[in-house]
Design a protein around this ligand. Structure first.
Ligand SMILES: [Zn+2]
Length: 67
């Protein structure tokens, strides 16, 4: 028996579901932290933080602001 398959399924980067078209990211606490940046979710409803590579995805049903 082996548990190897379980250990290899974790995604490399986090995906965070948000409900607004603008999100503030500071990478969280600890060594992954970075200066506060604002990310704007565009027509594809997602944005990736250039610092920590987290991907923010607009929740289904959430409204984008007027354009
Ligand atoms: Zn970040």
């Amino acid at each position: 028996m082996s548990n190897a398959a379980l250990a290899s399924t974790a995604p490399k980067f986090e995906t965070v579901t948000v409900e607004t078209a603008t999100v503030a990211c500071e990478g969280g606490a600890g060594p992954l932290g970075h200066p506060l940046v604002y990310l704007h979710l565009g027509h594809d409803r997602q944005a990736t933080c250039p610092y920590c590579s987290r991907t923010y995805v607009l929740a289904e049903g959430a409204k984008l602001g007027g354009h």
